[in-house]
Design a protein around this ligand. Structure first.
Ligand SMILES: Nc1nc2c(ncn2[C@@H]2O[C@H](COP(=O)(O)O[C@H]3[C@@H](O)[C@H](n4cnc5c(=O)[nH]c(N)nc54)O[C@@H]3COP(=O)(O)O)[C@@H](O)[C@H]2O)c(=O)[nH]1
Length: 827
């Protein structure tokens, strides 16, 4: 009788039988290994391997599904994964045992067989649970090793259930090797598969687990030696091999069902993930900001915005390191060290250009593992805007010159420097002459262009180190640090004036000129305020003494400015202090001398200065805005006075530009007329041409409404301003008043006579009566009579005086003779 399947183990035989057994050794004892290769039913071995692989793949897939699930569901999926793997281990073992034919009677102990199945499922459950749920870094390894331990426990419990008519002996080294193989490969399987979620890691995990189970089984089987012993009987309660085959078939079917479940789950999950991925890609592509998904430092995917920033395609960028795009490693550390915190750094794009960007990182779970999403905000527009804001904060937007802030800063710095070095420097203040008229006549667009051209021409006259700034409106200033004496300063001013002698298209030459005031540091001022005030005083002098020229600061100028301020100060309280009064000057018919009415002229009797000329204080009142309050007082007093006259004579009131264009002026006049009961047609307002063109639209509106309520309107000082026919036609005038400068020159100056004739002709042409002012002599009156001028005003008829002086005129029919009948007072 031969036992070809078994390795002969002499140490296991009874000592007395050793000699006989030695003969059998060569013939009957084969290793289990030999048995697998040559004596196993290879079809069943293949089936065992297939079931094992299927169970492993199912188990690993279910494990991944459990990882994606949260809460109770996760435990359920872990249990199913454990059952699938445990069944697989068990089925592999028993199918392999079925394939094993030791040619001896065999059977299986029921209890131990069941225990082996339970042990396989339980230990696998503990293993996968540990691998997935523990926070330990080595949890997948530990869990995998537990699964490997489960394979061993199952195997050896299963072998304990194995009954054979022989003596089973174990090779302890191979037993140890089998346990080690199962443990190590099991650990490697779980650790590998839980590193990611791709199909690749799942397959590798499943393969390692299959090898773990199979290698353990066959190594453990290699440790087995069976010495036939016919005296050993199989227990009657043991399961026969046929029955075991049925059990194994059932378990294998279960595995198959679980595999189908796992596969469908996997397919569903992949579809969902792919849809989610597409949706996420669409969403991120719609984002304005660049978005980068990173696994560690490696870029997984990017959106279109980021691709555009870099100049490559998303596909080209995927897989690259983030460091390739964000070179500053310290900033990268901050980015990932402080998620949610904005970090400003540079992005190096494909052509090497550095772009300023703001980055914010956030951690997300992507495909079951933690990833970083980095948002890239392109800061170029913001940086440009910041630069623009910085520029605008220090520059004038129209001319591009430095503005007042920048000028003040530079002047303070130069003063400090010159104080230390004890050197002199010059400050020049410039103001355009007639610029307002350019704006009014030619519009703001031309005004802007003139300012830009002036800035350009002035700049061309400067040398390095000198600073030209636009302080506002038509005011400019120059800091000349190396101009150390008046001669050099004068030369600079000459150069500036010369630079401005250019032909401005559309603007008549000479309409715009520049006045310049010069102050020297430290003689004219020791700090910015003092130096500027001195240059301003010199500028004022230049303007009042001819314009288009320059003046140096003189100590007396300070006094003039102080004087001006003092007048303004006193004027504020003049009404309340009863210092203002009205003078009336008759306006009469040239041919008959009959008085038609009076012009009202303001007088100021200052407590210490005495009578202050309106030619002095009216411009100050206009500049300071006080004319609004004063003008109201004049209008109220004049209307009240005129309403009290017995004769319905007219009263002419001078109205400045500021009044005419101020809010509610027409309503105010209307209210005064109602309050005083003066018929509107007896009131005449005198407007200069300059007042009209300052704000033509508003002026026209006010004049039209005044005209609607019946007030007469006269154009004052005609001939001195623009003398524009279009103004006469555009505005609703009732009368033209020829300026006295022409009247007083009619005999000496043929040109003046020609102008008077022309104005009279114009009046006739437009159907507007003309009044001549400043008539002092009977020759002038005769000239006007011959030229057909209907009305006149002047010293010849009477000087401006309090109304009391004209009592007879306002009460009785009275004709003023063409000679100075009354003595002028207050003029
Ligand atoms: N907005 C207001 N302006 C006013 C008001 N009151 C006066 N003014 C303006 O002040 C300027 C100077 O006025 P004044 O010194 O009163 O001079 C006027 C007359 O005195 C002077 N005049 C009149 N006749 C003669 C004359 O024969 N010879 C001569 N040398 N001067 C004469 O002319 C001035 C009147 O000018 P006008 O108004 O253009 O008719 C002056 O511009 C006033 O307008 C006021 O209340 N509001």
């Amino acid at each position: 009788m031969t036992f070809p399947h078994f390795r002969f183990r002499p140490e296991l035989l009874p000592r007395d039988d050793i000699g006989a057994a030695g003969d059998l050794q060569r013939l009957t004892m084969l290793t289990v290994y030999d048995c697998i290769v040559s004596e196993h039913d290879l079809r069943l071995v293949a089936l065992a391997a297939l079931v094992c692989a299927l169970a492993s793949l199912t188990g690993i897939n279910l494990l991944h599904h459990a990882r994606r699930t949260h809460g109770r569901g996760q435990f359920a999926w872990l249990a199913i994964a454990a059952a699938s793997t445990g069944f697989g281990i068990w089925a592999t073992h028993f199918i392999a045992m079925l394939a094993f034919s030791p040619s001896l009677p065999t059977a299986y102990n029921v209890t131990l067989t069941i225990v082996s199945l339970i042990a396989a499922v339980m230990l696998t459950g503990i293993g996968v649970g540990t691998a997935l749920l523990s926070r330990l870094a080595l949890a997948p390894w530990i869990g995998g090793a537990v699964v490997g331990g489960g394979i061993a426990v199952m195997h050896y419990t299963g072998m304990a259930a194995f009954e054979v008519a022989g003596i089973i002996a174990w090779d302890s080294a191979l037993v140890a090797a089998s346990i080690l193989l199962g443990g190590l490969l099991g650990a490697a399987a779980l650790a590998t598969t839980l590193k990611g979620s791709s199909r690749g890691v799942k397959l590798v995990g499943a393969l390692l687990l299959t090898i773990a189970i199979c290698s353990h089984h066959f190594t453990a089987m290699g440790a087995v030696s069976i010495t036939p012993d016919p005296s050993i009987a199989l227990s009657p309660s043991a399961i026969h091999t046929e029955w075991l085959a049925s059990g194994v078939a059932f378990v294998s079917l279960s595995i198959l069902l679980l595999a189908v479940l796992a596969l469908s789950l996997d397919i569903r999950e992949r579809r969902r993930a792919s849809l989610e991925m597409q949706r996420m890609r669409d969403l991120t592509d719609a984002a304005v900001e660049g978005l980068v998904l990173c696994d560690g430092d490696s870029i997984v995917t990017v959106n279109q915005s980021f691709a555009r920033l870099t100049g490559l395609t998303s596909e080209q960028i995927a897989g690259q390191s983030l460091a390739a795009w964000v070179p500053d490693s310290a900033k990268r550390d901050t980015l990932f060290g402080w998620p949610g915190q904005a970090v400003e750094t540079d992005l190096r794009n494909a052509d090497g250009t550095l772009l300023p960007v703001e980055l914010i990182a956030r951690q997300i779970t992507y495909n079951g593992t933690p990833h970083n999403v980095v948002a890239f905000r392109d800061l170029r527009d913001r940086r440009d805007a910041e630069a623009r804001i910085r520029y605008l904060a220090h520059h004038d937007a129209l001319t591009g010159l430095d503005n007042r802030t920048s000028f003040d800063y530079r002047l303070d710095r130069e003063i400090r420097l010159h104080r230390r070095t004890k050197r002199q420097m010059a400050l020049l203040c410039l103001d355009l002459d007639g610029f307002k008229d350019v704006n009014d006549l030619y519009g703001h667009a031309t005004g802007d262009r003139v300012l830009q051209d002036i800035a350009k021409h002035l700049s061309s006259a400067l040398v390095d180190g000198q600073m030209l700034a636009r302080l506002g409106g038509d005011e400019f200033a120059i800091i000349a640090p190396h101009v150390t004496n008046p001669t050099q300063a004068g030369q600079l001013a000459d150069a500036l004036l010369k630079a401005l002698k250019w032909d401005e298209e559309g603007v008549p030459i000479g309409l715009v000129s520049v006045s310049i005031g010069i102050a020297l540091y430290p003689s004219d001022g020791k700090d910015r305020t003092e130096l500027l005030s001195s240059a301003d005083a010199a500028l004022y002098r230049a303007k009042t003494e001819g314009k288009g020229t320059y003046r140096f600061f003189e100590a007396s100028m300070g006094a003039q400015i102080r004087e001006r301020r003092s007048i303004e100060h006193d004027l504020r309280s003049a009404i309340a202090n009863n210092e203002l009064s009205l003078a009336y000057q008759p306006q009469a018919q040239v041919d008959t001398g009959e008085v038609n009415g009076f012009e009202v002229l303001l007088r100021w009797n200052h407590p210490t200065r005495g009578s202050v000329s309106p030619a002095l204080f009216i411009p100050i009142a206009e500049e300071s805005g006080l004319i609004l309050k004063i003008g109201e007082w004049v209008m109220r007093e004049a209307c009240r006075e005129a309403a009290s006259w017995k004769r319905p004579l007219s009263v002419a009131v001078n109205v400045s530009a500021l009044q005419l264009t101020s809010d509610g002026f027409v309503e105010f006049v209307q209210a005064i007329l109602e309050q005083t009961n003066l018929p509107a047609k007896r009131l005449e307002i005198e407007i200069t041409e300059t007042a009209l063109i300052r704000d033509p639209n508003r002026a026209l509106l006010s004049l039209q409404r005044l005209k609607e309520i019946g007030v007469n309107i006269a154009m004052d000082d005609f001939g001195t301003g623009y003398s524009s026919l279009s103004n006469l036609r555009a505005f609703p005038f009732d009368k033209i008043k020829i300026d006295r400068s022409f009247i007083q020159a009619v005999h000496a100056n043929p040109q003046a006579a020609a102008i008077v004739r022309a104005v009279l002709g114009l009046g006739r042409g437009l159907g507007l009566p003309v009044i001549a002012e400043g008539v002092e002599t009977s020759e002038e009156l005769r000239f006007l009579g011959l030229e057909g001028c209907a009305e006149a005003q002047g010293y010849l008829f009477g000087r401006p005086a309090p109304i009391m002086e004209f009592m007879q005129l306002i009460t009785d029919e009275f004709m003023v003779q063409p000679k100075p009948l009354m003595r002028a007072v207050g003029d």
